[in-house]
Design a protein around this ligand. Structure first.
Ligand SMILES: NC(=O)c1ccc[n+]([C@@H]2O[C@H](COP(=O)([O-])OP(=O)(O)OC[C@H]3O[C@@H](n4cnc5c(N)ncnc54)[C@H](OP(=O)(O)O)[C@@H]3O)[C@@H](O)[C@H]2O)c1
Length: 272
């Protein structure tokens, strides 16, 4: 993570800030170049003890000392944090990166002076273990360098892509919420596995290893997921029978319907 030229500050010292800080330090950033703020002593002490970063209870200290500011508070706190910092933040010095779910760039801009460089990021929960997928949307004031800095932050906790903001609702329904769909699949398979008489933790781990192995195979293979599926599906065999039931039950169109409904909900929540 060499693209950061100056200190990076995190406003909010919770789960996602901790994950990004861990990623940045594992990627080689000097802990002395990172500062985090939060009202809660325990959060700050934990980050200070674990990573040796600087901490403060004063959000303004982040604004005064850092050129890159990551807004990592819960969405309903974002407005008050931006209002607190608005006199200090200026487009020349600061790149603002917000990870607050559902808060649009224009809503961040409203609280700041004109011309502000703002990146909105959407990490998913596996980012907390360095295996996330994050999307970034930059406003028109951001330079290539701003995007490079932002990519560096999120690539430290997984794969990262860049999108236009209007695509973020569909992205959120597919990938932001995606881990929940995998957990749901595992739950359903676990419920179908009762007669195996495995310990719950044993069957859970076997199913998860199956998912990880399948995902790795699909990543490494030049075959499409559809071709890989066909390769596992012998005519008249076990897999074919299960897939026939999926088809009869219109599973594919149910998934497409669910993605449309989730995208609509993401738009509604952003409008609120
Ligand atoms: N966790 C995820 O997987 C994930 C994924 C995508 C996006 N996000 C987004 O990331 C953001 C943070 O989520 P999180 O899960 O990390 O939440 P979290 O663990 O609750 O962390 C929020 C942090 O903000 C602090 N805080 C509260 N008020 C503050 C203030 N006025 N000034 C500075 N800090 C303040 C909290 O301190 P106190 O506890 O003392 O209040 C806490 O340290 C959210 O907006 C969420 O939408 C999270």
């Amino acid at each position: 993570m060499n693209s950061l030229k100056n200190d990076i500050g995190f406003i909010g010292a919770g789960n996602m800030a901790g994950a990004l800080i861990a990623g940045l330090i594992n990627g080689g950033l000097d802990p002395k170049e990172i500062i985090a703020s939060s009202p809660e002593d325990s959060h700050l002490l934990a980050l200070n003890t674990e990573f040796g970063i600087k901490t403060t209870k004063d959000n303004l200290e982040i604004g005064r000392n850092c050129n890159t500011i990551v807004i990592a508070v819960k969405p309903h706190i974002v407005n008050s944090v931006l209002n607190e910092l608005s006199d200090l933040i200026n487009a020349k010095q600061h790149l603002i990166i917000s990870i607050a779910a559902g808060i649009r760039i224009k809503d961040i801009q409203k609280h700041l002076k004109g011309g502000q460089r703002i990146v909105r990021a959407m990490p998913n929960t596996p980012a907390s273990i360095g295996k996330g997928v994050s999307a970034l949307c930059a406003n028109e004031n951001c330079s290539d360098e701003d995007l490079k800095i932002s990519r560096g932050v999120f690539e430290s906790v997984g794969a990262t892509c860049v999108l236009v903001e209007k695509s973020l609702d569909l992205y959120t329904s597919l990938i932001g919420s995606g881990p929940a769909y995998i957990f749901y699949l595992v739950e359903a398979l676990m419920e179908s596995s009762k007669e195996l008489n495995f310990e719950e933790s044993e069957i859970k781990n076997l199913l998860l290893d199956m998912i990880i192995g399948s995902a790795e195979l699909a990543k490494q293979s030049s075959d499409s997921p559809g071709t890989l599926r066909k390769k596992v599906t012998s005519p008249g065999g076990v897999t074919e029978r299960a897939l026939e039931v999926f088809k009869e039950e219109k599973l594919k169109s149910t998934i497409q319907k669910a993605m449309k409904a989730a995208t609509k909900r993401s738009i509604e929540l952003g409008d609120k």
